[in-house]
Design a protein around this ligand. Structure first.
Ligand SMILES: *[C@@H]1O[C@H](CO)[C@@H](O)[C@H](O)[C@H]1NC(C)=O
Ligand SMILES: *[C@@H]1O[C@H](CO)[C@@H](O)[C@H](O)[C@H]1NC(C)=O
Length: 300
């Protein structure tokens, strides 16, 4: 069935050009990091072939969500959201395998139906990180890198997935990589939109629900390139094993931001900048918004 048939006839507009270009100053910088680390890293790289070469994408999907029960199965222009996310992930060239990790038989059945590999995880997983970790342990094959692909970002670009994987491969001193995009002025003071600042080498300095950096004038500086954190992340699998056991940290608890635990415990996180309009589905109202967006852009 032609998915565009779900769009209202009036809404067609020509421009579907979504530039995916300004990705990744992280990649170039990553190479410099290897140089800076010198012989040790180089030996490691050459001995093991390509560093962190075995990569899996895991899409954690749970049925029970307080705000939106059954969310992964919601239809977006006639296709389940989880299928849209999976199809995007399958297009990423850096992933050797893509699996859906779920605690729910309906979700599993749906995913097997469109051809996805499914790993059943326990209902007790508190969050996506835990679910990824459990799925990883249940897999027979070993992987060096896990990409945690949020099932509620059905328009995630494969280039963003590839970008964070390559950034982590190029930065042996980082255990974690993630992506940011430009923050729109309307989101500046929205605590659900997490902001991020990075150092000159592209490593995360801090994440906050508040606006960072904060201009002396106490107003948004229209000229400053503020950055919005996107939910996608990849980890070194050795780090993922210890991540849940790392003690909670004061800033993490104060901001309620899991990723701060990584930084506060002294680990490095690589951040790439990408061009991405975030269309996360958090509540049922968001479905209509994303459908309208897709119809306008002729996305199917
Ligand atoms: C703050 O923002 C203004 C523009 O609103 C800009 O001119 C200024 O350089 C920024 N920084 C400081 C320290 O004022
Ligand atoms: C996710 O679960 C891990 C335990 O595996 C815990 O350390 C972490 O704080 C949890 N994160 C959230 C956001 O609940």
């Amino acid at each position: 069935m032609d998915p565009t048939s779900f769009c209202a006839p009036s809404s067609s507009s020509g421009s579907s050009s979504s530039t995916k270009a300004w990705i990744v100053h992280g990649l170039v910088v990553g190479a410099a990091v290897v140089v800076a680390l010198g012989a040790h890293a180089y030996l490691y790289l050459s001995r093991s072939g390509k560093f962190r070469s075995r990569v899996i994408g895991i899409i954690p999907a749970r049925f029970a969500s307080s705000r939106f029960p059954g969310k992964p199965l919601v239809q977006i222009l006639g296709k389940p959201m989880i299928q849209r996310t999976w199809e995007r992930a399958k297009m990423a060239t850096t992933l050797d395998q893509v699996v859906v990790a779920t605690d729910d038989e309906k979700i599993a059945e749906c995913c097997r139906g469109f051809g996805a590999d499914v790993i059943m995880t326990s209902e007790s997983c508190l969050n996506g990180t835990e679910r990824c970790n459990e799925a990883l342990q249940k897999l027979e094959k070993k992987y060096d890198v896990v990409v945690n692909i949020q099932g509620d970002e059905p328009l995630i670009e494969p280039e963003v997935i590839d970008g964070i994987v390559k950034a982590l491969q190029a930065a042996p001193d980082a255990v974690f990589s993630t992506a940011v995009t430009s923050l729109t002025p309307e989101d500046s003071f929205d605590p659900n939109r997490v902001k991020c600042v990075v150092d000159t080498h592209g490593y995360a300095i801090y994440f906050s629900r508040g606006l960072i950096p904060y201009n002396k004038s106490a107003k948004v500086n229209p000229k400053y390139p503020y950055m919005l954190h996107l939910g996608i992340q990849s980890y070194d699998t050795k780090f993922l094993k210890i991540y849940p056991e790392l003690p909670s940290t004061p800033l993490q608890l104060e901001e309620d931001l899991e990723q701060l635990k990584v930084l506060e415990n002294g680990y490095k996180m690589k951040v790439i900048k990408v061009d991405h309009e975030a269309h996360g589905i958090d509540a049922p109202e968001d479905v209509e918004k994303i459908e309208r967006f897709m119809c306008e852009r002729n996305l199917s």
